[in-house]
Design a protein around this ligand. Sequence first.
Ligand code: ADE
Length: 253
Amino acid sequence: MRFDIFTLFPEVLKPYLQTSILQRAQQRGLIEVHLHNIRDYATDKHRITDDEPYGGGGGMVMKPEPIFAAVESVLGSPPVCPVILLTPQGRVFNHQIAQHYATYPAVALICGRYEGIDERVREHLVTDELSIGDYVLSGGELPALVVLDAVSRFLPGVLGDPEGALDDSFASGLLEYPHYTRPAEFRGWKVPEVLLSGDHARIARWRREQALLRTWQRRPDLLERANLSQEDLAFLERLRTMEARTKEDQDEV
Ligand code: ADE
């Protein structure tokens, strides 16, 4: 899969792309990442990429011409792939959206900076807008890496383990169970006995229950959409009963 990233700060993105899983994915030809400096497409003497907002007010706005020139010269006009603008105004990115983009052969990512971007970019170039959460960052560079990383994990071969992304939190609709490695005891804190038992069926059940417990405690909203068996539902019912009893006991004190 090919990613074209349009930014004023390509150097910010490089170190992350040259590390670990994403570096290996590029070396194996599973993903191709092309970084484009929007400033290289500004044609005036000072290569200006921003200007004051019409109507006044503070902050600077990214000019449309260099962005259109960059995207169209690399991808053609109009580009055939999704052209994604990273912005806090976009749809909030999640597991399902990442999986969706992983079905495309290519996507373009535009990183905004300054106070904003000329609205004509949104209206006539961008096809999708994504936010990585309800907070404002200084630019779209980190969000672009977040999207690229999460999408890449769905591509066959990117994770060494073929189960990879399917095992991740959110794939099952639940948060992940707790993980432990050696030593079996650290500062007096022991690894749960079941994990040392070698009984694979018991381990699988324990992990499932831990995932259910964790999701119930931290993200109960996810349970509404998760794929749950009769056994899972019975376990959750036991949790609810236990909670109700504890509350009754507390009320009595
Ligand atoms: N640019 C600035 N803040 C952002 C956010 N939360 N998500 C995506 N792009 C952004």
